[in-house]
Design a protein around this ligand. Structure first.
Ligand code: ADP
Ligand code: MG
Length: 321
């Protein structure tokens, strides 16, 4: 097993909620609640959970985009939140992000080549010819044609725009990329192309990914390790095959039961969870999942289960496993 690139310990993020009047804080959204995770060099860690479960907030904190409430994030052993502004600026090229909708992060009036080259210029590559060469090189790697360099974002399809977003992220030669729902806005046929591109880049450029998705079937083909998030806490973390063949947490089982299976002879009963996901403003006591869990017992209402190893690195937070 390769060594850890990202180590997260007891990560917490609360957002204050104002009641409007006088801007006084009236509560806290517990977006991320005591998350521990390790991402090893060269692997793709898939982070899965329903909308609002805290995926994007975790992704942003792994890149120190925004402050944390508590805990620790280490990149290559370096405590990210202990870095000065200047130290962080120097580290930035190594840690990059790919967004769900690159269109919203691309300035409509800036040509694609310039958008991709922006970061290079910011980080001190001033020679115009060199910038253009580097831009063409990453465009080519991302499956964009050289003549696209002088076009504007609106001239591209969704899939091509995501290629531009990825080209921008890899232009500075990063080691770690957070890809936040990078294919969720794309047609299924295009999703596969973008996932293949991310896969190829990982091999040729030695990349490590945090791949965020609300859809388990998307992470299945890309991720070596998968973490399942519920209301800001991880309920299960395991190697991909183990998770798909032997899901242990009732929430993971419910999510998996909704994933279509290619083999028609295999039958899987669909588990329908009762109710909606509770508000992170006021999460349930004990196990946060107990209000929707088909197996919940009394202990689940009072005691928060810890994420523990139940064998060969398969972690689960459940009283009943
Ligand atoms: P996901 O990416 O899984 O959909 P997010 O990380 O975006 O979830 O959000 C987790 C929770 O934190 C949600 O309840 C969301 O409303 C809340 N949240 C996210 N960003 C902010 C913010 N800037 N201010 C207040 N609440 C926020
Ligand atoms: Mg999100």
């Amino acid at each position: 097993m390769s060594e850890a690139l990202i180590q997260v310990k007891q990560l917490v993020k609360y957002f204050p909620v104002n009641n409007g009047l006088f801007g006084k804080a009236s509560g806290q959204v517990q977006a991320v609640d005591s998350v521990d995770l390790t991402i090893r060099k060269g692997e793709t860690f898939g982070l899965v959970g329903e909308s609002g479960s805290g995926k994007s907030t975790i992704g942003r904190m792994l890149l120190r985009l925004g402050e944390k409430t508590g805990g620790e994030v280490r990149y290559n052993g370096i405590d990210l939140y202990a870095l000065s502004r200047e130290e962080l600026r120097l580290l930035r090229p190594e840690i990059q992000m790919v967004f769900q909708d690159p269109y919203s992060s691309l300035n409509p009036r800036i040509r694609v080549g310039e958008a991709i080259g922006e970061a290079l210029v910011e980080h001190g590559i001033s020679n115009k010819k060199e910038v253009r060469e580097r831009v063409l090189e990453v465009m080519n790697l991302c499956g964009l044609a050289s003549h696209h360099i002088d076009r504007f974002p609106h001239e591209f399809s969704g899939g091509q725009r995501q290629r531009i977003g990825i080209a921008r992220a890899i232009a500075l030669n990063p080691s770690f990329i957070v890809a936040d729902e990078p294919v969720s806005a794309l047609d299924v046929s295009i999703q596969a192309q973008i996932i293949n591109l991310l896969n190829d880049l990982q091999e040729t450029r030695n990349l490590t990914y945090l791949f965020i998705s609300h859809d388990l079937s998307v992470v299945e083909h890309l991720c070596s390790t998968i973490g399942v998030l519920y209301l800001g806490s991880l309920v299960e973390v395991s190697g991909r095959d183990d998770l798909f063949c032997n899901p242990l947490h009732p929430y993971t089982r419910a999510l998996l039961s909704a994933v279509p299976i290619a083999d028609p002879t295999v039958k899987r009963e669909k588990i329908i969870l009762k109710g909606d996901i509770p508000s992170p403003l006021n999460p349930p006591s004990g196990c946060k999942f107990h209000t929707r869990c088909p197996l919940a017992q009394e202990v689940c209402q009072v005691e928060r289960p810890v994420l523990r190893d139940v064998g060969s690195g398969h972690l689960v937070a459940c009283h009943l496993v």
